[in-house]
Ligand binder design. Structure first.
Ligand SMILES: [Fe+2]
Length: 185
């Protein structure tokens, strides 16, 4: 699985990240690097690295919030859910949960932080609608006290910032040992 994942990530270098100006791979590397720079532990760094695996390692015809042009069809699940399911057998529950939550974390932050929506890119605002829109007060209340909520919100902020054109990061190879440690099991 580690090799398949690394291959998919290498292939993501040729894919634009949604409608953003960076590639899927650049976005993943920037997100993981931001987590690492902020002192996040390895599990959270891994979650950041693979959070969009549902975009580049999964047939996008299965994904309801794909930013690729797709024929209409019954696609019930977002890339975050499909991606979390893909990695769940190999990673700690916390990692899969943070990946699954990264769209809901945006919906949560839109509901709880007045300025957050204004910082989102146009693409991110578009997918917000596909992902259910701003959370209701009841949805926010349901998440209160959840042990990994802070991790998921941190991932989301790094995700939002990981769209800088031309930013230098360590290469994918630098992350291979971490990927192997979890996905070779
Ligand atoms: Fe992302």
């Amino acid at each position: 699985m580690a090799e398949r994942l690394l291959d998919a990530m290498a292939g993501a270098a040729a894919r634009r990240y949604g409608g953003e100006a960076v590639s899927e791979l650049e976005h993943a590397l920037q997100c993981a690097e931001l987590a690492r720079g902020a002192g996040a532990d390895e599990e959270l760094q891994l979650a950041c690295l693979v959070h969009d695996v549902g975009r580049y390692a999964v047939d996008q015809s299965l994904v309801s919030d794909s930013t690729e042009p797709m024929p209409a069809g019954p696609r019930a699940r977002g890339h975050h859910e499909v991606g979390a399911e893909l990695i769940a057998p190999w990673v700690p529950e916390r990692v899969a949960w943070c990946v699954r939550m990264h769209a809901d974390a945006k919906r949560y932050l839109c509901a709880t932080e007045p300025d957050y929506f204004g910082w989102l890119s146009a693409v991110s605002r578009h997918t917000l609608r596909l992902q259910g829109g701003v959370m209701t007060a009841a949805e926010v209340a349901r998440l209160a006290g959840y042990p990994w909520l802070a991790d998921a919100l941190a991932l989301r902020r790094w995700d939002d910032d990981a769209k800088v054109v031309g930013k230098a990061t360590r290469p994918l190879d630098a992350w291979a040992p971490l990927i192997h440690r979890f996905f070779d099991r």
